[in-house]
Design a protein around this ligand. Structure first.
Ligand code: SF4
Ligand code: F3S
Length: 163
């Protein structure tokens, strides 16, 4: 394990020593809990503290699933379903770097009114779908689904991806 690690913590870079599992990193937005590998995950829920913000994936992602977003996320908080991704609201540090990466503008901050509908879907499926940290080949017909409306009602799959 490296003695030091460069981490992005809530929008700024800084040198962070590896901490003991269970210790916490504080920052203005949330508190990150150090896991067994020396990495860290959010441990204070945005449900409990509404001042914590998150980004959410909306239905525009369904059947497009380009996965450009996962490559830029500094905390690896995307989770993969069969035909879309979601963001774990309690792990997202609200950095916003994924938003402009999505070719279909499927990612929005939860401060935008349409996000309310998608926040619970993101929370629910991030709890069961597998984590994804690397882009894979996207669906061959992804471009055909770019402008299709109401994809959730007709095409959402609750099945996990990554198989
Ligand atoms: Fe990851 Fe996007 Fe959240 Fe930033 S805003 S932590 S890139 S999901
Ligand atoms: Fe979906 Fe856009 Fe990411 S289509 S997989 S949110 S890049």
């Amino acid at each position: 394990m490296p003695k030091h690690d460069l981490r992005l913590v809530s929008g700024y870079f800084g040198w962070a020593r590896p901490f003991d599992p269970g210790s916490q990193l504080g920052c203005p937005q949330t508190i990150r809990k150090v896991d067994a590998t020396g990495g860290w995950k959010a441990c204070r829920s945005s449900e409990e503290d509404p001042t914590i913000m998150t980004y959410v994936v909306t239905e525009a992602c369904i059947r497009c699933k380009y996965m450009d977003c996962v490559e830029v996320c500094p905390v690896d908080c995307f989770y993969e379903g069969e035909n879309m991704l979601v963001i774990h609201p309690d792990e997202c540090i609200d950095c916003g770097v994924c938003e402009p990466e999505c070719p279909v503008e499927a990612i929005i901050p939860d401060s935008e009114p349409p996000a309310e509908r998608w926040l619970e879907l993101n929370r629910e499926y991030a709890a069961t779908w597998p984590n994804i940290t690397r882009k894979k080949p996207y669906p061959a017909d992804a471009d055909e689904w770019k402008d299709v409306p109401d994809k959730h009602d007709k095409f959402f799959s609750p099945n996990p991806g990554g198989t």
